[in-house]
Design a protein around this ligand. Structure first.
Ligand code: ADP
Length: 714
């Protein structure tokens, strides 16, 4: 009869899939079926401890019953702990109370057991049946016979004979519990997966941020019975939370959450520490508008993007909301949403930056071209198309196809090599300005373009592309040419009268100096007159040299020149103009012979020294250094033999790097130069040095000084 009942019960248990139903019904069903059992405790094991899941039939007062619910038994402790430890059923009968039964196994000092035994009948029998599933014991089923009552005719003893059947039943029940638990866990992970999937779909199909937060919130709120919720976004200054989406909030609640300073919001800690938080809603905290909508509890989850909080998910609901909130599911969902929000905001930011940049690029009158590291065009504005007179640009074309495409020539009309293309120069790391090239139109017309270019560096410093800006300078080129022509004519006309004035001024000065009682004021006036006329003549000579170079009429008169001797001569000539500046010649050689045009090299040295005088503080030394360098020295790189290196060093404020590259251009003067000049000295010096097959350059340190140096092949 009992066995039939147990069989029925076990077949019922294996059909139940909800673990909670099994746990609540197991003991009560057994008490119903078995006349030898009046009470029972179902203990479940977790982390080596037994905790009571169901307590039934024990004649205890409420306080003791409640205390028993929270009791924990270690493995080996009490009858149930002993059964757990040995995985074998235990049967104990007591004639002098529960405490004695328990103590007969091992002493239990917990005051709870004194309380218990005082309330339990003194005669009782307890069977502790381990709930075994394979090698695992998932808990202990403790069945208790409370002793014989004189009026109870159905009473039967709980004895050893019943144990094998009861243990077999306990094993079945254990399997049923374990299966139901596994099934519940599988169902929960499936639910989680589905929810996660729904959130990912909501994120990926959303058309914009509003749409995304609304869909995500709908999914999340749908996971929790009776919940309403809100998605709050943190503004970029991190001091306000703004309501981005809400689900079934009372109207006043939505107004309350619309715009909240973080410091005053109920989820300030969530924003600051990036941790979820659950708590009851409180009138004192200003949450009245939510409470008025019958909302009682709140759960807040940070929307994390990496280490930063992008916003907060707020869930509100009736009592028990927090119990139904699956933190393990919501945390990863909120991370996903946080990242998605950060991405959308970043994308919005970068597209707004792109739009601004596009507006700038398209609205400027200069042509703008951008290329990638391989030299393929990636961006061009309308002005570029118009200037190059093209309908479309060769995007995707390799750099090698470019010279042909642009039909560009250098200023002498030679076809452009790949190395001389503006893009190639910029991709090689060069920053340049006013690089002039001629564009040949299909109808044979010529346009002069001035290019500026620079490499574009990636975050790691590598060159990832280049930008080139250009404009049509044909008109200004014509004006410049006209100006050059005018200056050439003027210089030509001025030279003879000026030369005559200088000769007479020199003559007058010499006579005045020779006169015994010369008036110092006259002497001073005449000195200034000769200096100024010489200065004017030098300027006129420079202008004439420029026009000769343009006309290709400047020929070098080559001869063998001892550069040491020449340097000494120039220094002696410059001494009067140098005033307080010590002029020092540094040279270890007696003789350094080069084949060159003595006049032109003298002109270069004179230019460099007179610049050093003009652009350095009074009394600071000026050093002319002269040396011989072998073919394998760094200075001789690019030359086929030994070279002479001549340099002029002066102290002074130096020249900014961006100006250094332009010093050698025609008419270029640093804007702050206070002295007079035409900006031709360095231009001519470079022309003369280059005509000799040499090279000239400047090294300058701001606040220290400058060195202008040139090499001549020997
Ligand atoms: P100019 O001296 O007539 O202006 P240059 O061609 O000789 O023309 O020089 C061009 C510019 O280079 C000058 O205006 C001056 O600003 C700058 N410069 C030349 N030499 C020096 C120097 N030694 N120190 C500082 N700046 C210099």
């Amino acid at each position: 009869m009992q066995v039939t009942g147990l069989l029925k019960l076990s077949s019922y248990l294996v059909s139940v899939i909800d673990p909670q139903t099994i746990l609540t019904n197991l003991v009560s069903s057994l008490v119903e079926i078995l006349p030898s059992v009046q009470a029972g405790v179902l203990w479940l094991e977790a982390n080596g401890r037994l905790r009571p899941k169901t307590v039934l039939g024990l004649p205890l007062d409420d306080a003791t019953h409640e205390a028993l619910q929270h009791c924990q038994l270690r493995s080996g402790e009490g009858l149930a702990g002993f059964a757990l430890q040995h995985a074998e059923p235990q049967l104990k009968s007591a004639t002098r109370g529960y405490q004695q039964t328990a103590a007969s196994i091992n002493p239990v000092n917990d005051p709870l057991f004194h309380q218990l035994s005082a309330q339990l009948p003194s005669r009782l029998t307890a069977a502790a049946l381990p709930l075994r599933v394979g090698a695992e014991t998932i808990g202990v089923l403790e069945l208790i016979n409370l002793g014989h009552h004189p009026n109870d005719t159905a009473w039967q003893p709980l004895d050893q004979a019943a144990i094998p059947v009861l243990q077999a039943f306990a094993n079945l029940a254990a399997s049923a519990i374990k299966n139901a638990q596994l099934y519940a866990a599988a169902q929960q992970s499936e639910r989680r997966l589905k929810a996660f999937d729904a959130v990912v779909t909501a994120i990926s199909t959303a058309t914009d941020l509003d749409d995304m937060v609304r869909s995500v919130l709908d999914v999340v709120v749908g996971l929790i019975p009776d919940a309403s919720g809100a998605l709050l976004l943190l503004d970029p200054t991190h001091d306000h939370l703004a309501l981005a989406a809400q689900h079934q909030l009372p109207p006043d609640g939505a107004t309350y959450l619309a715009q909240l300073p973080v410091a005053d919001s109920p989820c300030a800690e969530v924003v600051h520490y990036g941790q979820p938080m659950q708590r009851p809603l409180l009138e004192d905290r200003g949450e009245g508008p939510l409470i008025a909508g019958n909302l009682v509890e709140a759960a807040y989850f940070p929307l994390l993007a990496g280490g930063t909080v992008a916003g907060v998910l707020a869930l509100y609901g009736p009592p028990g909301l927090t119990m139904h909130t699956d933190k393990d599911l919501l945390m990863p969902i909120c991370n996903q949403v946080g990242f998605a929000i950060a991405n959308v905001l970043l994308y919005a930011d970068s597209s707004s930056e792109r739009r601004k940049l596009n507006t700038v690029v398209t609205s400027i009158a200069e042509g703008v071209l951008l290329c990638d590291a391989a030299g393929r065009l990636t961006l061009a504005n309308d002005a570029a198309l118009a200037l190059l007179r093209l309908d479309s640009l060769p995007f995707e074309q390799p750099l090698a196809a470019m010279p042909d495409f642009y039909r560009m020539r250098d200023m002498e009309g030679r076809p452009l090599s790949l190395e001389d293309l503006p893009f190639t120069r910029a991709l090689a790391g060069e920053v340049f300005q006013d690089y002039r090239l001629i564009l040949h139109g299909s109808s044979g017309d010529e346009t002069v373009m001035s290019f500026s270019g620079a490499p574009a560096h990636a975050g790691d410093g590598m060159i990832e592309g280049a930008v080139v800006v250009f404009r049509d300078v044909t008109a200004s080129q014509k004006v410049e040419r006209a100006k050059d022509e005018f200056l050439a004519v003027a210089a030509h006309e001025l030279r003879s009268p000026l030369a005559a004035v200088r000769s007479y001024a020199d003559l007058l000065l010499r006579r005045e100096q020779q006169r015994g009682e010369a008036d110092p004021r006259d002497l001073h006036g005449l000195t200034i007159l000769t200096q100024q006329v010489s200065h004017m003549l030098r300027m006129v000579d420079n202008l004439l040299d420029v026009s000769r170079i343009d006309a290709g009429q400047l020929d070098l008169q080559l001869q063998r020149v001892n550069l040491v001797h020449l340097a000494n001569q120039v220094i002696d000539q410059q001494r009067p103009a140098a005033g307080q500046h010590p002029l020092i010649l540094e040279c270890n050689e007696d003789e350094l012979v080069a084949t060159c045009d003595m006049l032109r090299i003298r002109q270069v040295l004179t230019n460099l020294i007179s610049n050093a005088i003009k652009y350095s503080p009074p009394e600071s030394p000026i050093i002319l250094h002269l040396c011989h360098r072998d073919a394998d020295s760094p200075e001789a790189e690019g030359f086929s033999g030994p070279v002479a290196v001549l340099s002029v060093t002066n102290e002074g404020p130096g020249i900014a790097p961006e100006q250094q590259a332009r010093l050698f251009q025609r008419y270029y003067r640093v804007r702050s130069s206070r002295t007079e000049g035409l900006g031709l000295g360095l231009y001519l010096s470079r022309q003369f040095v280059q005509m000799h097959g040499g090279r000239i350059w400047v090294e300058s340190n701001e606040d220290i000084g400058s060195t202008f140096a040139f090499v001549l092949p020997l």
